[in-house]
Ligand binder design. Structure first.
Ligand SMILES: NC(=O)c1ccc[n+]([C@@H]2O[C@H](COP(=O)([O-])OP(=O)(O)OC[C@H]3O[C@@H](n4cnc5c(N)ncnc54)[C@H](OP(=O)(O)O)[C@@H]3O)[C@@H](O)[C@H]2O)c1
Ligand SMILES: [Zn+2]
Length: 347
């Protein structure tokens, strides 16, 4: 089976068509014929190689996908062949103490489709039944493939880990990433006042259209902590969603309110930061990490998606033959939302 990925870790020059075995569903599994898939920043990290994460080569990229049920394993009897489904890329064993406690994203064996397993930019993906969800009417395959990873991450980061309460202020650092476009919507749904801070003004109108109450630009001359502090009327920000990392997190922390929370889910621009802990103890603030979501959080997020209260943001859709160009789009300065690949011509 052909997929889009790489046989050797490295940069974009390694990307191309790879051959991997066509997977068959075991008991309790569902085989999905992929209609559309989408990229995440994670795919870049997987291509480069993540220390401590051994992967099988060649490797197919892509964590997100949507398509048709093509085959089911023994014990799956609540789906019809041809049903339109999207895939939750979070994989858990269901048996460890964290899973039994309902915190599947802290599973001892937690894995992500496309990172620890072969990915979604290919003809067929096999996952457990609990990882597929019927696509709500009105959502295209492209929109469905844009949703699962970023919306579950945003949900847990904002609702559970950030514990955002109605009326609180939420700052989103970086405007264009897929997760940012989901975080803006989830934070608004929770009744927060949302400010989006970007290096460039160009994407801010789109952030406003998604529901942001205010937008800011920052630069060396207009440091992030200062613009946020001023915007907050010198009270600080209650929850700051920072997935940029090294260049911004120390300044995000300085802009926190008393009792504020900086929520970290990634570090696109570098993982090692220097923090002034005096801000943390004096303001009784914290830095909290979050990854993916529990099964219950996914289900709640999904209800909002079905009801249309959360809307996947698709930056651009590419044909499968143009997957390399799609991948390159992840680094475009004007990227806003998710980069989607139409994997099947039938989609
Ligand atoms: N833990 C999890 O479960 C999880 C889930 C999803 C994603 N992640 C991680 O979260 C991060 C965000 O992913 P993403 O795909 O949404 O977005 P992304 O493409 O990694 O970038 C998000 C935004 O960060 C800003 N940015 C990038 N480099 C910057 C720099 N050097 N200085 C300042 N700002 C910079 C940009 O905003 P502006 O251009 O607007 O300034 C960009 O739009 C990634 O690191 C990803 O791996 C983790
Ligand atoms: Zn587990």
């Amino acid at each position: 089976m052909k997929g889009f990925g790489f046989a050797t870790h490295g940069g974009a020059e390694q990307l191309g068509s790879v051959d991997v075995p066509r997977p068959e569903p075991g008991p309790g599994d569902v085989a999905v014929r992929v209609a559309a898939a989408s990229f995440n920043r994670l795919d870049r990290f997987v291509l480069a190689g993540i220390p401590g994460v051994p992967i099988e080569l060649p490797h197919v990229l892509g964590s997100d996908g949507a398509g048709w049920v093509e085959a089911v394993g023994v014990g799956v009897n609540d789906l019809e062949l041809g049903d339109r489904v999207l895939i939750n890329p979070g994989l858990w064993d269901g048996t460890c103490p964290a899973c039994i406690a309902g915190i599947e994203c802290q599973c001892r064996q937690f894995r992500i489709l496309g990172e620890h397993t072969q990915g979604s930019v290919t003809d067929r993906v096999v996952v457990p039944r609990r990882n597929v969800h019927p696509i709500p009417p009105g959502l295209s395959f492209e929109q469905a493939a844009a949703a699962p990873l970023v919306f579950q991450t945003a949900w847990r980061a904002i609702v559970t880990i950030g514990a955002v309460a109605p009326g609180e202020t939420v700052a989103v650092i970086g405007a264009g990433g897929g997760v940012a476009t989901a975080v803006i919507q989830v934070a608004k749904l929770r009744g927060a006042r949302v400010v989006v801070a970007s290096r460039t003004a160009g994407k801010l109108a789109a952030a406003t259209a998604l529901g942001a109450d205010a937008t800011l630009t920052f630069s060396e001359g207009r440091p992030l902590d200062r613009v946020l502090w001023e915007w907050s009327g010198k009270q600080g920000i209650d929850v700051i969603f920072d997935s940029v990392g090294a260049p911004t997190l120390p300044r995000s922390v300085r802009a926190l309110a008393r009792g504020g929370r900086a929520v970290v889910i990634g570090a696109t621009a570098g993982p090692v930061v220097e923090l002034d802990v005096r801000t943390l103890f004096w303001r009784q603030a914290s830095v909290r990490g979050s990854t993916m979501a529990t099964r219950a959080e996914f289900a709640t997020m999904f209800e909002h998606l079905v009801a249309g209260r959360l809307r996947p943001v698709v930056d651009q859709v590419y044909h499968r033959e143009d997957a390399r160009a799609a991948f390159a789009r992840l680094d475009a300065p004007d990227l806003f939302g998710k980069v989607v690949v139409r994997v099947s011509a039938d989609a």
